[in-house]
Ligand binder design. Structure first.
Ligand code: NAD
Ligand code: ZN
Length: 356
């Protein structure tokens, strides 16, 4: 494998390469101590149209998976869809020795992972991420669904048995989705590895034309950083909070403009740009961030807060964020690139900078 990730319960391999979807069956079985009794593929409908036949072709006739398709989009991370997957798993005879395979982006991975985490008290599952953003969601073991009261409120820690990342499947990803996932790559650079930012600037100049070897390297570098952080802090008491860089304001903007009107990463990019300015203001950090913000603009990010977002509404949403307390809002700021710190920031300080 390209990488091996340690979780509390087990180690799991991450395979990153071109065209490994054609070897899905063998890669999964190299990983299992006993042969699986049955396989269930949970696939995003869009993704299935492109790649399902190819993934299925790797399975011998006697071991063909049962396939369950889910409509694409965040609206599939619901109790209804979760219930439907459980029912289909039961009706198709999945047992404790069966394996669920998530073929799709973060939505599919979270939903299928949560189904696997709870089906018969937990069965094994494999992530086959097909978006760039899913490099973030497919490692770390967080799975879950949404509730009417908020996103990702119902979930479980359940690390996968393996991650099979076929970079060739990213070829069909729309440009906004590239931008969404790439913001998380940049985030990993900001919180952990300035050299990654230099590498990105030198190697990735156009998100619609990235050579395959560069995609592989990009995925590997960014997953390595995420893996280090979650290995240190699997259940989010300390350093894992740094992954929230850019997300405090980012989540508020995303919710304020309405999910589906802006991608997650595009909102996080605005949040990162704001957090950099806040870091200079409150910590006196010297971050020389203009070059990297200019680079992000050349990739098509708009780093302005959308005109429809009222500043006081953004504050209300930040306050509601589960990571905040009293009149202060927990913010991930940077001392320097690669040196994050969790800081309690007053609402007045945030509002003042928003107003500028
Ligand atoms: P997504 O799964 O909705 O995929 C985005 C869109 O791209 C969808 O329309 C999908 O049909 C399409 N698509 C996917 N792969 C494609 C391909 N190869 N070619 C063409 N189209 C393709 O969204 P996402 O951005 O991958 O993930 C977002 C989700 O991830 C959110 O629900 C978020 O909460 C979750 N998430 C989870 C974690 C975690 O740690 N578990 C971390 C970050 C995000
Ligand atoms: Zn994110």
């Amino acid at each position: 494998p390209t990488l091996t990730i340690a979780s509390r319960s087990h180690e799991y391999p991450v395979y990153i390469d071109q065209d490994i979807r054609f070897h899905t069956f063998n890669l999964i079985n190299a990983q299992l101590s006993h042969p699986a009794s049955a396989y269930m593929i949970v696939a995003d409908k869009n993704v299935a149209d492109y790649y399902l036949t190819e993934v299925l072709s790797s399975f011998p006739e006697s071991k063909k998976p049962f396939v369950s398709l889910i409509p694409s989009g965040e609206s599939s991370k619901t109790f209804d869809m979760y219930h439907q997957l459980l029912t289909e798993a039961l009706e198709n005879g999945l047992d404790r020795q069966s394996v669920i395979i998530a073929l799709g982006g973060g939505v599919t991975g979270d939903l299928a992972g949560f189904t696997a985490a709870t089906y018969m008290r937990g069965i094994q599952y494999v992530q086959m991420p097909t978006t760039l953003l899913a490099h973030d969601s497919s490692v770390g073991g967080k799975t879950g669904i949404n509730h009417a009261h908020g996103k990702n409120l119902i979930g479980a820690f359940h690390p996968p048995a393996a991650v099979i990342y076929d970079s060739e499947m990213l070829r069909t990803l729309p440009i906004q989705e590239w931008r969404s996932g790439f913001a998380e790559v940049i985030k990993h650079g900001f919180i952990a590895e300035p050299e990654l930012l230099d590498w990105l600037e030198r190697n990735i100049t156009d998100l619609s034309h990235i050579p395959s070897e560069k995609i592989n390297e990009l995925l590997e570098r960014s997953i390595r950083i995420k893996a280090h952080i979650v290995e240190e802090d699997e259940k989010e008491q300390g350093v894992r909070a740094y992954l929230n860089f850019g997300h405090t304001l980012g989540h508020s903007i995303e919710a304020e403009v309405g999910y589906g009107h802006m991608t997650h990463g595009e909102a996080v990019a605005i949040g990162m740009s704001f957090a950099l300015k806040l870091s200079e203001r409150l910590l006196g950090s010297k971050l020389s961030y203009n070059r990297i913000l200019d680079y992000m603009k050349t990739l098509g990010y708009s780093l302005q807060i959308p005109s429809g977002c009222a500043h006081d509404q953004l504050i209300v949403r930040m306050r509601r964020d589960k990571k905040s307390s009293h009149n202060d809002i927990n913010y991930v700021l940077l001392h320097s690139i690669g040196q994050p710190q969790l800081v309690k920031v007053s609402e007045e300080d945030i509002l003042r900078l928003l107003e500028e």
